[in-house]
Design a protein around this ligand. Structure first.
Ligand code: NDP
Length: 270
């Protein structure tokens, strides 16, 4: 029987995972099927249990199911534990399921790929939702000299900053001074608006990264940063590819070629 994988979420129609993983499988000569599983509200545990009981080998998890997936898995990697969220599940046999979180590592590997400033850098992260939670701890371990966090809802920033030592919480709209790297981990670009950050601060940074991605690599945030003269900008497409690369490696023990995947899916980004 062909090994079966799926993505759990609601909605799932937009997800790139059912396109990325079959491509990796084809290139690496792995035989697998990859589907989409729409999870009705409140039905994550039952839906996931049915999938794995029927022989499913692994799954990706997207909004709004990542925390439910974390609660569902019997075993968690340190990355999933730290993030409190699971984006990749793997059947271990005996009914046990391992939960991992590859979002944060995908983000960090993308920053390395792009040559973004990290060692000794001053870094500002905007946002305190699921994505920010997945990247903050990993960023703190990249040798940055200063890590600041800001969010529209101050209490969420304070709560998240408590989980990672040495993070400065900056009130919304009050970031000042120089940052080498500014990361937009809010969903503002999804709405076509900008997070609350002065043009002076954004325009002064060396690298602006938006976790949101788009077909052509431009987002509201990266476009604005470019208009302000920021030297290097990137959207989250590389992060998307890399979190999938890491998930595929967990499932199949073979690592897809990131540069090849970037060239294949977005020729201008490789
Ligand atoms: P969440 O819904 O968990 O969090 C949303 C965050 O955005 C919160 O900090 C929220 O602030 C903030 N926000 C929402 N609307 C606004 C606004 N109008 N102005 C300012 N801040 C706002 O979303 P996620 O953390 O899951 O996702 C955040 C972004 O990251 C999305 O764009 C998503 O597409 C992207 N992403 C990309 C991935 C990739 O692989 N490239 C992977 C995962 C996410 P508040 O707390 O005040 O509500």
């Amino acid at each position: 029987m062909t090994d079966r994988y799926t993505i759990f979420g609601n909605p799932v129609a937009h997800s790139m995972s059912p396109v990325l993983h079959p491509y990796f499988a084809k290139v690496l000569g792995e035989d697998l099927e990859y589907g989409r599983t729409l999870v009705e509200p409140g039905a994550f545990a039952a839906t996931a249990a049915a999938f794995f009981a029927s022989g499913g080998c692994g799954a990706n998890v997207t909004v709004p199911c990542k925390v439910d997936a974390c609660n569902f898995c019997q075993e968690l990697t340190p990355y999933a534990k730290e993030a409190g969220a699971v984006n990749t599940m793997k059947a271990l046999g005996d009914g046990q399921v391992l939960g991992d979180n590859t979002d944060g590592r995908g983000f960090i590997e993308d920053l390395h790929r792009l040559g973004a400033p990290l060692q000794g850098a001053r870094v500002l992260v905007m946002g305190a939702g699921g994505a920010a939670r997945g990247i903050l701890g990993l960023l703190a371990r990249e040798g940055v000299s200063h890590l600041a966090l800001t969010n529209r809802s101050a209490e969420r920033a304070v709560e998240l900053a408590r989980t990672v030592s040495g993070v400065e919480v900056v009130p919304d709209g009050k970031a000042s001074g120089h940052y080498d790297l500014i990361v937009n981990a809010t969903s503002s670009s999804l709405l076509g608006i900008l997070p609350n950050l002065s043009d002076q601060v954004l325009g002064d940074c060396a690298f602006a990264y938006d976790l949101m991605y788009s077909k052509d690599g431009n987002t509201t945030f990266t476009r604005h940063a470019e208009d302000l003269g920021v030297g290097q900008v990137a959207d989250g497409y590389g992060m998307l590819i890399l979190q999938a690369v890491l998930g595929f490696e967990l499932w199949r023990g073979k690592r897809p070629d990131t540069a090849d995947a970037l060239r294949h899916f977005r020729p201008d980004a490789g």
